[in-house]
Design a protein around this ligand. Structure first.
Ligand code: SAM
Length: 312
């Protein structure tokens, strides 16, 4: 099916990577945050899985803004009513024009604002208008937020980003976080239905992770060193940051972990490190192949780099 995904605008490259990972394709057209692609993945499954997107639509057509009226007239519409016509990012004039033209064109233009079966949506960008039928709007499960857990830790990442990172890691069955800390990633992954494993070298963190995952199924937490890793299906890891004084040691740990990964059997890994430690440089030095990378600005002194690693 050809679909439109309206990506979130705040993390554009990460949102694109997540959508392509879920849709299992690297062929697409993109106009600002509007992504158009062909996929064999069921659209409802995409809505359920995706995190960094506002909505998913069945594709109808795209046109230059000026040609929208003509395109609506030429398009073959085959809808069962009731319908609702919605515009996004349109001027009042564009909204009036597209709604009235669409209603003229439909055989049974019965509009229902409360319970429409079909939501025809026109999304306007700077130059174009894209028309799709709304399939669904992703909803985020906020119960995975670290602050809501029994043993929280302040440095955890936001659930909507964590969910996207897990989708980019593309687990089929299981996922390992070898630096699991208080367990933010494994809680999210477990709620997404994966078998999850978490390791941490710090016993205090293991205590937290066990508390935070106590009610979840398919979770195994171990007090284990990430540098002993040999095999995993998919990997997601937010490596420790350390304070300025310990930066040297952190760099050494990153280097050792990248070398460990090079010898490890896995499909996909998503690694998160502070930009200040120049992780791309370390990856290059150790020969770890990074296929894509993204930046996440957190605050003045912390920007994270997300690195995607495909295996061997
Ligand atoms: C940034 S935290 C992970 C945060 C986690 N993603 C969460 O959501 O809570 C990094 C963790 O790595 C652990 N760590 C440091 N060195 C390690 C090693 N060699 N093996 C395993 N864990 C290690 C630290 O104890 C720390 O809890």
């Amino acid at each position: 099916m050809r679909i439109i995904i309206e990506l979130d605008k705040d993390l554009p490259t990460l949102a694109l990577s997540e959508a392509l990972s879920i849709c299992n394709t690297d062929k697409y057209e993109k106009d600002e945050n509007i992504l158009i692609l062909e996929t064999s993945v069921r659209a409802r499954k995409i809505v359920k899985k995706i995190s960094l997107a506002r909505a998913v639509y069945k594709y109808e057509f795209s046109t230059k803004k000026e040609g929208v009226k003509k395109k609506i007239r030429e398009h073959t519409w085959s809808f069962k009513e009731p319908i609702k016509v919605i515009t996004r990012n349109a001027t009042p004039d564009e909204t009036k024009k597209t709604i009235s033209e669409t209603c003229k064109k439909l055989e049974y233009p019965k509009v229902s604002m409360e319970k429409p079966k079909t939501r025809i949506t026109y999304i306007f960008t700077n130059k174009k208008a894209h028309c799709g039928i709304l399939i669904g709007e992703p909803k985020l499960d906020l119960s995975t937020a670290m602050e809501k857990m029994p043993a929280p830790h302040p440095s955890a990442m936001k659930p909507r980003i964590v969910k996207a990172l897990i989708n980019i890691a593309q687990p089929t069955k299981s996922i390992l976080d070898p630096f699991c800390g208080a367990g933010g990633f494994i809680v999210q992954a477990s709620k997404m239905g994966y078998e999850t494993k978490g390791w941490d070298i710090d016993k205090g963190m293991i205590w937290r992770a066990k508390k935070n995952t106590a009610t979840l199924k398919n979770v195994k937490i171990k007090n284990k060193n990430a540098l002993t890793l040999k095999k995993a299906e998919s990997i997601i890891a937010d490596l420790p940051y350390g304070k300025n004084t310990r930066k040297q040691n952190m760099k050494k740990l990153y280097e050792q972990f990248f070398k460990t990964l090079k010898k490890t059997k896995f499909n996909n890994a998503v690694l998160i490190l502070p930009k200040s430690s120049q992780p791309l440089k370390i990856a290059k030095k150790t020969g770890l192949k990074i296929t894509k990378h993204h930046e996440i600005y957190v605050h003045g002194t912390l920007t994270r780099i997300v690195m995607e690693v495909k295996k061997n």
